[in-house]
Design a protein. Structure first.
Length: 214
């Protein structure tokens, strides 16, 4: 499970984690944006909350995550939850199903950096890849011309998202305090990934040992 404030780099690190560990990436933000883009009933309900920088009601998100976790690929390959749980009711929903992560990673980045990262973020609607106008510009003019800005990435909405994150962070993290690893996310993405890679490799090795011992 990976957590952190808006723009702390969760999506960016998840791209790298999936490349190396082949886990099924379940990002509630991405799932909700896909519902909005497809104009589904869930998307229409979620849109107003997301555009205002507020949390989408728990029952919508819980149902979406439960359905995704129960699919065969998540059971076979293992999962990487990104941006969920985000409230104590969401953490309780997982507990009820006895779903617990092996590790809970929290990316720690100072507030002023987060705002610049959000405002400069651009998304490629074709590949889903995350860019930043200064930190990670598009590789080609063709990619650059199709990049989009998220409607919730204005300075004002980022401040509201950050406030909501801070309000909920402690309630959620208390569920996972014995498996929490806080990582300094204010470093180059490769350096951050190196630390995550080493933690996940350790988890993987411990699991292999446990299976062999059974
Ligand atoms: P969601 O999409 O989850 O947004 P978020 O948590 O605010 O996180 P972000 O996607 O903004 O940032 P990130 O940490 O993934 O950073 P990224 O890698 O992109 O949720 C959006 C909305 O959906 C919510 O507001 C809510 O309405 C709804 N929602 C989602 N989940 C929900 C839930 N569980 N319950 C209820 N509602 C829910 O990086 C950001 C930028 O920084 C990029 O430009 C990137 O290139 C750059 N960057 C990344 N790493 C670095 C680095 N190391 N150095 C420099 N720049 C970097």
């Amino acid at each position: 499970m990976i957590s952190g404030a808006p723009a702390s780099g969760k999506g960016t690190q998840c791209e790298l984690i999936v490349q190396k560990f082949g886990l099924v990436h379940i990002s509630t933000g991405d799932l909700l944006r896909a519902e909005v883009a497809a104009g589904t009933e869930i998307g229409n309900k979620a849109k107003e909350y997301m555009n205002a920088g507020r949390l989408v009601p728990d029952e919508i998100v819980n149902a979406m995550v439960t359905a995704r976790l129960s699919r065969e690929d998540a059971k076979q390959k293992g999962w990487l939850l990104d941006g969920y749980p985000r409230s104590s009711a969401q953490a309780e929903s997982l507990e009820k199903m006895q779903i617990r992560p092996d590790i809970y990673i929290v990316l720690d980045v100072p507030d002023e950096i987060l705002i610049d990262r959000c405002v400069g973020r651009r998304l490629d609607p074709v590949t889903g890849k995350i860019y930043h106008i200064k930190n990670f510009p598009a590789e080609t003019e063709e990619i650059k011309s199709r990049l989009i800005t998220r409607p919730d990435d204005t300075e004002e909405k980022v401040k509201s998202r950050l406030e909501i994150y801070k309000k909920n962070a402690e309630a959620v993290s208390s569920s996972y305090s014995n498996i929490t690893n806080k990582i300094n996310g204010n470093r180059p993405k490769e350096v951050v990934f190196k630390e995550i890679d080493s933690l996940l490799s350790q988890v993987q090795n411990d699991k292999v040992k446990m299976i062999k011992a059974e």
